[in-house]
Design a protein around this ligand. Sequence first.
Ligand code: SF4
Length: 292
Amino acid sequence: MTFDLKKTIAQHLDSLARSGVETIATGRGRFELEWDLKQSDESSIEYSTKRSAKPDGVGENKVAMRPGSPSSDLQKPTSGSSATQPPVLSISTVDPYGASLSESDRKSQLQILQNEVAECTCCQQLVASRTQTVFGVGNITPKLVFLGEGPGADEDRLGEPFVGAAGKLLDKIMAASKIKRSDVYILNTVKCRPPANRNPTPAELNNCWGFAQRQLEILQPEFICCLGSVAAKRLLNTTQPLGRLRQRFHQYRASRVLVTYHPAYLLRTESAKRHVWEDMKMLMKEMGVDLG
Ligand code: SF4
């Protein structure tokens, strides 16, 4: 097995587990996929695959990994194993994002993930009302990623994030900040439109968060700008209000994070625009962009 194939399998298991898959059917039987968060920052996750039935009297097979990990060792099963059993794949890393992926690896892994999202049926109410899933779009080797909340009506219709009125305002914010839309990647915290543009429920956020996490692991941005409190609270795993999260940098794995208001909020609250401009100036300064 080549290194890339091992890595791809591990990342695929990661996506499956995070998106709620519990059992994998294979030609060698059915496997239960279990995962446990080992740290509060979710940077270390252990997976185990266990046969539902044990036709050969064989015990558990473990896949221990940290998402996006570059280094791995293929090992023989440690106990109760036979030559016919799948090998144990043990992966570890000290880098919170792992090694940088090539552009072609990013492209193929994002496509695999996008296909998984398109087939996802975890949130019954959203599945019943969505036109399509809205995965994310943009530069796949970005310095900056914008993380929003969820698709609105225009995004649901067109399949792309931030294309409605809020998206046009985001375009203006980027232009004023000397950022080209083609240089950044834009994604949402949930991939299906909540009916009547309500906030995603905690269950929907939990269901979908694994997809955004995998996108960020693949994209490995230097900076993440959270648009609105839903994205900020989920990414930073906090309950603090947005007003206390903005105007300072946070850390999410290897990315520096700045929080600001969602453009949809600015459409309703003109006075918040100056706060967003303050936040963007802070972000651009840190990114080394000269606003003149
Ligand atoms: Fe699946 Fe996310 Fe859509 Fe829920 S919101 S159905 S988890 S893709």
